[in-house]
Design a protein around this ligand. Sequence first.
Ligand code: HEM
Length: 457
Amino acid sequence: MDSAPAPFVPPAPSPRTVPPNLLKMFWIVYNNPIELWGEPSYTLPYVYVRPGIGGPLLVANDPSLIRHILVEKQKSFKLARVRQLVLKPILDDGLLTAENPVWKRSRKAMAPVFTPRHINGFADAMLRKTHEFADRYDRRSGSFDVAQDMTELTFEILAETLFSGQIAGDPQEFGEKVEHLFETVARVDPFDILHFPEWVPRYSRVRGRRTLQYFFNIVRETVDMRKAMMEKGKEVPDDFLTLLLSLEGPEGLSRKEIDDNVITFFGAGYETTARALGWTLYLLAKAPHERAKVEEEVRRVTSSVSNPAQWIDAMPYTRACFEEAMRLYPPAPTLSREAVEDTEWQGVTITKGTQAMIMPWTLHRHREFWEQPDAFMPSRFLPGNREQIEKYQYLPFGAGPRICIGASFALQEAMIALGVLLSRFRFDMAEGAPEPWPVQKLTTQPKGGLHMVATRL
Ligand code: HEM
């Protein structure tokens, strides 16, 4: 008989029973917004605070309310002001921050780039890059910060699938600058929270300005380089950049939009996946009973299924662990919108100017929707159980027309990375390593890192 131990309950802030005072609230919003939410946000269908700071605030948990905001009435909700203030200077007309006709045209133009045929075509590059990464692990000993290492791995995979290493500059410097950029410029500033006018300079963003310029230049030169190769009829790699450049034109993307989308892929496409991978390895290390099942599955599949694009279907247990990790630690913990006109939902008027928050963080731990909401229980995502999960109750990739365009890419990448790493190593927490604390920055990061040891299998 399978005597499963009690499920592991990983660290997370408890729902607040008493609201913080105003000063404390600013401190929390600036440092770690996921610590803000009180019991009502984890138990009620919605919380509507009128007036909140900077206008009415709606926390939406009810699946039909979420559908109302993200799907049925999505035209009545624009991307929230603070999110745009932070990201627009970097990503501009890239898909994540574009709105209205620019977004519509670019999303339509880019959809073919993310079809299964193209995503599957990236599987070999993902496999090769992960093995190269694992070879480096093989040569190391002692403990290392797996959270940081996963950002390296996913960055290398993205750089390879995006421009096949053909970058106008030093790849290592580029990697360092990307990280610096999203740590400095892409931060909510206290002035944003206090609703200071946009012309008031934000210290965090001023600090990152030179990096931003470096970054714009490198991307422009890289795209120029590839474009010149294409125009001269030279053979070019079959990667994201070639695909994006093939869309250039009035119905597709402008040259500037291509640059903006290259930057957007870096903004949206590697730290997110890295966080989900890091948390998965952590949760498995803390739940050896689950890890044993995953190790058996990956060993069997990686040695018998030669096409890595097929691993995702061949490894349901590993996928369930990854999905459960994204439930407990959603890489994008908040989706924020702002009502541009009044709308009605089940007798509730959502007034123009309302900040509507859909929070995978609270939604994924909602007391009414999940059994043992704070526990790591991957079996919820196994075929047979997964069908019970409401479509709008689990939103790691968002929902509606603006759902993550890179979701299939990320899932395939994650399964290949876990397949390789967990068939070659066993990951354990290093002795005396501190427990990580989830902190909401651009993504849900483990504060203090994930200090682990990898033992060769
Ligand atoms: C585990 C990994 C990932 C997670 C959890 C994730 C999550 C999300 C979420 C929640 C959204 C919707 C945001 C909103 O509605 O406000 C989004 C949008 C987006 N994601 Fe991802 N993402 C991941 C990986 C990727 C990758 C690998 C790429 C690109 C290669 C990517 C590119 C984008 C883009 C371009 C958008 C904007 C889509 C639009 O507005 O039309 N993401 N992502």
